[in-house]
Design a protein around this ligand. Structure first.
Ligand code: ATP
Length: 476
């Protein structure tokens, strides 16, 4: 651990007691002004020149965009650096085109100028002194002011103060995320590496910057495992013991349910949540979840098979995006019964729509399986009626859970075909058939939809004819 970083840091007990400010003594780098043309410029002159790699590795449009950002920053006397995951992934050979740019100065003032010149849409977050710019071709720049963060107490959201690049990099989670590349013209492509990030990337090591890192922000426990599994790196030995110590100190309890939910969502949105969950089990027995949720072979199989099913969905139904992480959450919480699950989801502060989506599985799942076992694949509308009360995520989870019982075909047909069938007629067409609007409208439309799912009606004309028949039967 860098001694300079630790100087001025508090001991664990004062942080746990709350109200402790963690501020690192960075000597000559502590204010933005002190490094404008002095020590810092010298650092940049001697820093490794990475511009060749940028040109070679990045797609032309991103390279040109970064040069342009540098020019605009020069015109506005702002120093800008690429940082974080973008640089890490560039060095480790991964692809990550979400640009994380740090500005020395106030990003909130610079962001509108940059957005105007790049013709980007802009979202400002003044409280955190950050901004997001959305550009053409799905490109995105996250612009942040170089800052120091203060934690009112362990697990709290940080309070932000403007500072220098080095201060900013030293508040980061892991050494592999502390690399920065200068974008201003004079130093374009100079790679700033204060904490041996390049070496740790080469050694595939995840290391915290100081011993109190997980105490200061327990969400880093999740981040460490996510990055480790995504990048195929390893949490370094000392960092692992710090992580375990933070868990033993019950640091998860310091996080609000909302922050746990955010982290849960992020980890279940990783390319392989099965690996992340297995590793979390090894490290801390999933202590951040419900006491009744235990990792076992069944959960492991569900997670692995959910990944396959979600891949199937993405390949076959790309135009119908779903919330894949909810399928994994159903896999993890399968042991929880209706009431416990409802309390758990609501306790996490999930959105109402997300809770509804999950609870439809708990409410109708078992019954749906029992009913499906009694119908034939040749009765599409019956399959539709059974599965309709469930969210698509719930149906996908049932496909995971009951896939082996020859039921998978029912789920696939429902998702791919039956659930996507829409009527051409609407309530207005029924009105024109001289029926006064009322509850019967819904029944008529539903009846025609079932007929359409069974292939009995095809065109709009067929639908209207069937509606006419239904209405005349009503009148007789
Ligand atoms: P991803 O590919 O998941 O987006 P990322 O490293 O870019 O990876 P972000 O969540 O976008 O992750 O964060 C951007 C950067 O901000 C990180 O690289 C890291 O340096 C820093 N960061 C994010 N969260 C924390 C945290 N809890 N503590 C310290 N630094 C953090």
């Amino acid at each position: 651990m860098d001694k300079a970083l630790a100087s001025g840091a508090c001991d664990v007990s004062s942080i746990l007691a709350g109200g402790a400010n963690i501020k690192y003594d960075l000597n000559d780098m502590s204010t933005p002004d002190s490094n404008i043309d002095g020590v810092f410029a010298k650092n940049l002159f001697s820093a490794k020149d990475f511009s060749g790699e940028l040109k070679k590795t990045l797609p032309g449009k991103i390279y040109r965009l970064l040069r342009k950002v540098g020019h605009i920053a020069d015109d506005n006397n702002v120093r800008v650096y690429l940082a974080g995951g973008f640089v890490r992934d560039l060095i480790s050979g991964g692809r990550n085109f979400d640009m994380d740019i740090v500005a020395e100065g106030d990003a909130i003032t610079f962001a509108p100028v940059l957005a105007r010149q790049l013709k980007a849409t802009l979202q400002l977050y003044p409280r955190f002194k950050t901004a997001t710019l959305k550009l053409q071709d799905d490109l995105r720049i996250d612009l942040a002011s170089a800052r120091t963060e203060y934690y009112a107490h362990a697990g709290a959201l940080p309070e932000v103060r403007l500072s220098s690049l080095r201060d900013d990099l030293c508040r980061r989670d892991f050494t592999i995320n502390t690399l920065a590349v200068s974008l201003n013209k004079k130093f374009f492509g100079k790679l700033v590496d204060f904490f041996n990030g390049q070496k740790d990337i080469k050694d595939k090591k995840i290391k915290v910057l100081h011993d109190l890192s997980f105490i200061e922000d327990p969400t880093r426990i999740f981040r460490a495992v996510r990055l480790e599994q995504r990048l195929g790196f390893r949490i370094d030995k000392h960092t692992k013991s710090l992580l375990k110590a933070a868990v033993d100190l019950k640091m998860f309890d310091r996080l609000s349910k909302g922050r746990i939910a955010d982290e849960l969502k992020l980890l279940l949105s990783e390319p392989s949540p099965a690996k992340v969950i297995r590793r979390m089990e090894q490290l801390h027995k999933l202590k951040f979840l419900h006491s009744r949720i235990k990792y076992n072979r069944r959960m492991k199989n569900y997670l692995v098979s959910a990944q396959k099913i979600l891949h199937w969905h993405k390949t076959n139904l790309p135009q119908y995006p779903i919330q894949g992480w909810l399928v994994y959450l159903l896999a993890i919480t399968d042991e929880l019964k209706f009431r416990a699950a409802g309390e758990f989801y609501a306790g996490l502060g999930l959105k109402r729509s997300e809770c509804r989506c999950l609870m439809s599985c708990k409410r109708y799942g078992k019954e749906a399986i029992a009913s499906l076992q009694k119908v034939k694949l040749s009765c599409p509308s019956k399959i539709y009626k059974i599965l309709k009360p469930l969210s698509e995520e719930a149906v996908l989870f049932l496909a995971v859970k009951y896939g082996e019982r020859n039921l998978r075909e029912f789920f696939m047909k429902f998702l791919k075909k039956y659930a996507k069938i829409k009527l051409r007629i609407t309530g207005d067409d029924i009105k024109k058939l001289n029926l006064r609007p009322g509850p019967e409208f819904r029944n008529i439309l539903e009846y025609i939809l079932w007929a359409k799912i069974d292939g009995q009606v095809k065109s709009k004309k067929d639908e209207l004819a069937l509606a006419g028949k239904y209405i005349s039967r009503l009148r007789n």
